[in-house]
Write a new protein. Structure first.
Lengths: 311, 568
């Protein structure tokens, strides 16, 4: 009986090995990429910790406590406190939520805009020129001054519409998304141009398939790999941009913890007792997240692209 | 022959290098201002940094020393009633100029320069920031080449406004004669390179970056100044400026160090320099907006006083303002953010001692219970979220200040304190260059005050707050009608205050004046137009080798730069 079971199991494994689904192949390739595994592990860990952490560790990240200023690591404050007595662990957890939320949301926005513009420019020759010049225009704009102007212009409107924190969240996601889609658009356009001339697309066109259908069922699945890579890099980029804005004292309200803000607060205190840890923790969290996401993106590209994978 | 040449060259090289190293180590003075000077004409700039950078070059008739006494600079003595400088009716003041003073171009200083400076500043289109100093001045007359008389339209109990202190110096008539009125701002060359009587001459000026001065060979005191060159480098922030003096020793002096006490003391441990503090009139306070600043209002009504017809939805309620002040633990703010550089205060005038009111001192003790009781009594009821409301108006504040680690810390602490009395606070920080920028086009300046409360430091020059208390007059409320220039930032306005001020201008008995000024202070504080928090000291850092330095809380910090020297 047991023997039979084992045999069936072996058979199914055998089947999987001989006729693996495309996603199985990707998974097998990913599994062999050590950097990706470690990266995925670290990233999952960070996501879980910041998602679940605040439910278990229910200390208020904004509450000041003048009886516990600039403390080191202790049972009450596992990562110590800052110079106003705010708990560092609570701030790190809540800051991580913001960083990741901004990262994902901005990535999705920039991916959507970038892919749409890239595919349309690549597929419809008439629109290619105008759309690509628009892309060049955005690439040529100096990013940081643009961000500052947008924040100054729209902060007030969004603040009154969605409240101070959500308003700024939308604003930051919007400005990061709207200023980081250009690379994706260029890559997607290039791939689309090449795919458009391939036989299977020509065949579909000659059978009278509509442009929309060709894009969704023939082109998009085939350019998934560069899009995925852009997505992972986009998260990293968005997290860094958010920390830049916080570091400059813009972005979220000053008491609202984000990793960038924690780094900014810590940096001004460098040299005092216990301040080193206050810089290291947020710095480490930003670096680890960005690094692990980059590794995942790197491995995904290798795994999805058959030309690279079979080498 | 060749050998001889080499020897000569080498000798030159050695001599040159030697003199260079001497130059850099002992004959150069390097000052660090983390806000860079943008021009050297104090009449056209309200920035303290500009006033200080200019005070090295151009001088007033008299200025304040470290003990807040008036000392003559370009004048021979301070006019008094006893020495005949001020007549019994107090309608004028007569200054005698020193006869040994020449401008750095060699021409003598005369009374005409003083008369010209008055014309320059009071020209209608000039936009002179020291115009208030010339309030009630009827005319300035050159009696002879070295005597100048200032006539007032009415008896003036405080005639030391014009030409006293670094905000109101004497310009050279010859240099600025074509720069009157609208042309004032266009005279870039003059505003960057003013000819002065001070110990140093401007050598090179790069706006918002560096100023290089060289010693004035015609300076009136012999053997002074001691340095060949002075460099003011601008830029960076307060912590990096402190570090450059205290830790790395790259600079001799750093200005205005609003830094957490523990950061400052950790830097001091390097032993390269020392931290100097001096108390003056600086008070960090919260301005409470008396006008409606709702974002939905247009720019002609938002935060505009409109003769009292645009009141704030809840800050116009005295009990709310009172509760906000009671809930603050000022000692905690000092301990965390200021240390020896500050002390709790309950008055907008916290020095000189004789002007300090004693009746407000109970604010130093935080009283959350009393604050809650006051709000309960006034009908502000806590909602389900813990925030008080009345008739649909929630006690929710926008609290803004400039970007500075100490100020953000203070903001967070006060937010927590206000949370305890059911007031919700949203914090906002604005870059100092914008917040203090007085740009009428920007929505983020302290004059526009598009927030419910805002926090910064205010002060007055010299030992007499007579001009300072005029700031809270109704006519000084900023708004579109005066291009948002006006010092009554909280828009507090009462007839009672203006009438008492009128009484002050007619009172000549010094003791009586002190009583009235105290009453004026009490009106500002007890109306809670402003909530005083911390009496701040000026904090600067200087290198150990710099001697002759005396920090002045009442005038430019560079007031005695001619006496500075180096001792290795």
């Amino acid at each position: 009986m047991a023997l039979e079971k084992a045999a069936t199991a072996a058979q199914s494994i055998q089947d999987a090995r001989e006729n693996p689904s495309p996603w199985m192949i990707v998974w097998i390739a990913l599994k062999n990429h050590k950097g990706a595994l470690v990266g995925a592990g670290v990233f999952t860990f960070i996501v879980l910790v910041v998602l679940i952490g605040p439910f278990i560790y229910t200390v208020d990240p904004i509450l000041t406590d003048s009886s516990a200023l600039s403390q080191g690591i202790s049972w009450n404050h596992p990562l110590g406190t800052d110079n106003l007595g705010r708990d560092m662990l609570a701030r790190m957890l809540s800051g991580g939520r913001i960083a990741l939320a901004v990262g994902f949301a901005a990535m999705l926005l920039s991916l959507f805009v970038g892919t749409a513009i890239g595919v349309i420019a690549g597929y419809y020759k008439r629109l290619d020129g105008p759309l690509m010049r628009l892309t060049d225009l955005f690439l040529a704009l100096p990013l940081l001054p643009l961000l500052l102007v947008i924040i100054m212009l729209f902060r007030e409107t969004l603040r009154s519409a969605f409240g101070p924190e959500m308003g700024i969240f939308f604003l930051i996601v919007f400005v990061i998304g709207i200023t980081s889609w250009m690379q994706t658009a260029r890559i997607v356009r290039g791939e689309t141009l090449a795919l458009k001339e391939r036989e299977f697309v020509l065949a579909a066109t000659s059978m009278g398939t509509s442009g929309w259908h060709i894009i969704t069922s023939h082109i998009l699945p085939n350019i998934l790999s560069p899009i995925m890579v852009s997505a992972t890099l986009g998260i990293a980029n968005a997290i860094i941009t958010e920390s830049t804005l916080s570091f400059l004292g813009l972005g979220f309200p000053p008491d609202f913890p984000t990793w960038g803000r924690l780094l900014f607060d810590g940096a001004s205190q460098i040299g005092t007792e216990g301040s080193t840890a206050r810089v290291i923790w947020p710095g480490l969290a930003i670096s680890l997240t960005v690094l692990s996401v980059n590794y995942i993106g790197d491995a995904l590209r290798d795994a999805i692209d058959p030309r690279v994978r079979n080498k | 022959m060749r050998r001889f040449k080499t020897i000569v060259l080498l000798t030159f090289a050695v001599v040159f290098l030697h003199s260079c190293s001497l130059d850099f180590s002992s004959k150069h003075l390097k000052l660090l201002y983390w806000q860079a000077p943008s021009m050297l004409n104090p009449f056209l700039s309200s920035g303290t940094k500009d006033m200080e950078a200019a005070s090295i070059v151009i001088e007033p008739l008299a200025r304040y020393d470290a003990n807040a006494n008036r000392i003559p600079i370009l004048a021979t003595k301070i006019p008094t009633i006893e020495n005949g400088g001020i007549p019994e009716d107090r309608r004028s003041i007569t200054w005698h100029l020193r006869e040994d003073v020449v401008w750095s171009d060699g021409t003598p200083l005369t009374a005409h320069d003083v008369v010209f400076s008055w014309q320059y500043c009071t020209h209608e289109e000039a936009g002179c920031t020291a115009k208030d100093s010339f309030r009630d001045v009827e005319q300035v007359v050159a009696v002879n080449d070295h005597t100048v008389r200032i006539d007032f339209v009415k008896p003036n109990p405080f005639p030391f406004g014009p030409f006293v202190g670094s905000i109101c110096p004497v310009l050279q008539a010859e240099q600025f004669k074509d720069c009157l009125g609208l042309r004032a701002q266009e005279c870039t060359r003059e505003n960057f390179y003013p000819i002065g009587t001070g110990p140093y001459i401007v050598d090179r000026f790069r706006a918002n970056d560096t100023v290089v001065y060289r010693a004035n060979p015609r300076y009136r005191e012999e053997d002074k100044p001691f340095f060949r060159k002075v460099v003011i480098k601008g830029g960076g922030d307060a912590p990096s400026a402190a570090r450059a003096v205290l830790q790395t020793g790259e600079f001799d002096y750093a200005w205005n160090l609003q830094i957490e006490p523990e950061v400052l003391s950790s830097m001091r441990e390097s032993g390269k320099g020392e931290v100097v503090t001096a108390f003056g009139s600086q008070v960090e306070r919260i301005m409470v907006n008396q006008t409606n600043n709702d974002a939905s209002l247009d720019s002609d009504t938002r935060s505009v006083f409109m003769d009292g017809n645009n009141p704030h939805p809840f800050l116009s309620d005295l009990s709310v303002r009172r509760a906000l002040s009671l809930a603050i633990d000022r000692q905690v703010l000092v301990d965390i953010g200021y240390g020896i550089a500050g002390e709790p205060t309950c008055n907008v005038i916290s020095l000189p001692e004789q002007y300090v009111s004693k009746i407000n001192d109970d604010c130093k003790i935080q009283d959350i219970e009393e604050a809650n009781r006051i709000l309960d009594e006034a009908g502000w009821v806590r909602g389900t979220d813990g925030i008080r409301a009345k008739d649909g108006v929630r006690l929710s504040l926008l609290y803004q200040t400039s970007t500075n680690s100490v100020r953000q810390g203070t903001q967070s602490l006060i937010k927590d304190m206000w949370q305890q009395i059911g007031v919700e606070t949203e914090l906002r920080n604005i870059d100092a260059a914008v917040f203090f920028g007085s740009d009428a086009g920007s929505p983020d300046t302290l004059q526009k005050f598009y927030a419910d409360v805002q926090m910064y430091t205010n002060s007055f020059e010299g030992n007499d707050p007579s001009n300072y208390v005029e700031g809270w007059q109704c006519e000084n409320v900023p708004g579109p009608h005066n291009q948002w220039v006006g010092v009554n930032i909280s828009r507090g306005c009462s007839e009672e205050y203006d009438m008492l001020l009128e009484t002050l201008s007619e009172t000549f008995d010094p003791a009586q004046r002190i009583v009235i000024i105290k009453q004026l202070n009490d009106m500002v504080v007890q109306n809670y137009w402003e909530i005083p928090l911390i009496h701040r000291a000026r904090v600067s850092a200087k290198s150990n080798s710099l001697k002759g330095f005396e920090l002045n809380g009442w005038d430019s910090e560079l007031w005695n730069i001619a006496d500075w020297y180096r001792e290795e």
